[in-house]
Ligand binder design. Structure first.
Ligand SMILES: Nc1ncnc2c1ncn2[C@@H]1O[C@H](COP(=O)(O)OP(=O)(O)OP(=O)(O)O)[C@@H](O)[C@H]1O
Ligand SMILES: [Mg+2]
Length: 493
């Protein structure tokens, strides 16, 4: 090797070393303002401690913020909040990286970014998205990093604690858990659980329905039974507990489409205003496990599982039955018996549910058949939905309508009155009187054999037929066919 090339090699090595030093992140990191703040706050002793992280489902974001606000306000604690910014598409960060400065994406300090989330039916709370909390209290000086769930990336909410011995850090997280439970914004509310594309769920506040007992047309014995099972426990909670009896209960409402299962549940929920009410339908039924946990925290609580046949029918995991349905039953079973939890299940395919329920008994204590309206019920339904209509019907008109509607659903009768009003409006506008003639014309039209699909959509005769001699055409689609197996989720919004 020549003299010159040795010098070159030495220069090259020195250059490489300085390049590596420059690339070496601690050196970089020291110049980073976030890393500098973290290191300075924690000091050498704090930097030696493990980071303790807690992951929470996205719907806990608003509860976490509520808890943090209360925690910050506790006596003897001062909290300084800094926002942390990452360039777009850099995803997340963790506190460990900020402590060591290793492998760090370009981070900056800023005013904390917040997202405004509903914390009640008509209010919102500004919730931190990515923030560093510098805390001083009797545990010492330490840091919290809060990271909101990120759409399309990491659908979890993360809180990390650094600068404390593990047990102390755990105690901080446990205190935040306690506050989250205690101050839970979903307590006592009616909340709809909907799935997100990320496979998580979203919770939306709904206004409780305002339905009276008279708005629900069911045989008195049936409604009594439902009410006793759903509402009766609240009055005797202490007594039942004292006598060692369980409070957890399951109510199944089954029957053809349009007979009032959802309607009845809405009525119950409207009355259970001291309960936390969680409503799951369709794809969100898959989240029953985490929702039941939430319900346990929020008890007394009702978990409504609407149209459970949607998951019961899903046999994609083999002939043993649907896993989602079993999750659902497991979740119901997992909750402590003395928890004041009511599960209300609705379905129009009791046949699909029966095998699973028979295989795992004890989840449902009362199953109620919500049947097609009988003569008396059809009379009441005409009255109910004719309340705001200027009806001028003779006894014969009513008797004839009631007779001709044998086998139809409650929702059909509601539609019948709407059509009768339309018939009358064709002749008179403004509306003066809806007579038997209008009612019977509307009925002719609805029962017309050429209107089979319309009738099926309205749930006429879920047993598949109307009585002879009423002009009905061929049998209607039986339950289980696309039209016969109808689900209406409209009423919840
Ligand atoms: N028993 C009833 N009493 C009063 N109104 C009713 C009754 N049943 C149905 N209705 C009316 O018909 C509408 C549709 O009924 P609902 O959605 O409760 O049917 P469902 O039994 O839940 O049907 P599905 O099986 O398709 O879910 C209700 O919003 C209500 O206005
Ligand atoms: Mg329904």
């Amino acid at each position: 090797m020549t003299e010159a090339s040795e010098t070159e090699a030495r220069e090259f090595a020195a250059g490489l070393r300085s390049l590596l030093e420059w690339l070496h992140v601690p050196g970089q990191g020291a110049r980073n303002e976030v890393v500098a703040l973290v290191r300075e706050t924690l000091g050498p002793a704090g930097l030696d401690q493990s980071v303790v992280a807690r992951e929470l489902p996205p719907f806990e974001h608003v509860n976490l913020q509520t808890a943090l606000d209360a925690w910050t306000a506790q006596e003897g604690r001062s909290v300084e909040v800094h926002g942390v910014v990452l360039p777009p598409h850099f995803g997340g960060i963790d506190l460990q990286l900020l402590m060591t400065g290793e492998g760090l994406p370009p981070v900056r300090l800023s005013a904390p970014a917040v997202v405004d989330l509903p914390n009640g039916p008509g209010s919102t709370l500004a919730c931190l998205r990515m923030a560093l909390l510098l805390v001083t209290d009797d545990a010492g000086r330490y840091l919290l990093l809060v990271q909101a769930p990120r759409e399309h990336e990491q659908p979890v909410l993360r809180v990390e604690v650094a600068g404390l011995p593990v047990q102390r850090a755990q105690a901080v997280l446990a205190e935040l858990d306690r506050l989250r439970r205690e101050l839970n914004v979903y307590r006592g509310r009616l909340v709809e659980v909907t799935p997100t594309p990320m496979g998580t769920v979203e919770l939306t506040f709904l206004d409780p329905p305002d339905l009276g007992r008279d708005d629900v047309v069911l045989p008195a014995a049936v409604l009594d039974r439902i009410e006793r099972h759903a509402l009766g426990v609240a009055a005797h909670r202490a007594g039942l507990r004292a006598a060692g009896q369980h409070l957890k209960r399951g109510l199944l409402l089954y029957g053809p489409p349009g007979t009032g299962k959802t309607h009845t549940v809405r009525y119950l929920l409207g009355r259970m205003d001291d309960y936390s009410r969680l409503l799951l339908t369709g794809r969100s039924l898959g989240a029953v496990g985490s929702v039941t946990e939430l319900a346990r925290d929020l008890q007394p609580a009702v978990v409504v599982l609407e149209d459970v046949d949607l998951v019961a029918a899903d046999r994609s995991f083999g002939p043993g039955g649907s896993p989602v349905l079993f999750d659902l039953l497991d979740a119901m079973d997992g909750a402590a018996p003395d928890a004041d939890l009511l599960f209300v299940l609705t379905t129009n395919r009791a046949d699909l549910l029966e095998p699973a329920l028979a295989a795992r008994p004890g989840r449902i204590d009362v199953a109620v058949d919500v049947a097609l309206p009988d003569v008396a019920a059809r009379r009441r339904l005409l009255q109910l939905y004719g309340r705001s209509v200027p009806l001028e019907l003779t006894d014969d008109d009513v008797a004839s309508a009631v007779e001709r509607t044998d086998g139809v659903t409650a929702s059909f009768l509601k539609e019948l009155l709407r059509r009768a009003v339309l018939e009358a409006l064709h002749e008179q506008d403004p509306l003066r009187a809806v007579t038997g003639r209008h009612l019977s014309r509307a009925l002719d039209d609805l029962l017309d054999s050429t209107q089979q699909v319309t009738r099926t959509l309205l749930g006429v005769g879920a047993d598949g037929s109307l009585p002879d001699g009423d002009g009905a055409g061929p049998a209607l689609a039986p339950p289980g066919t696309p039209f016969g197996h109808r689900h209406s989720h409209g009423p919840w919004r």
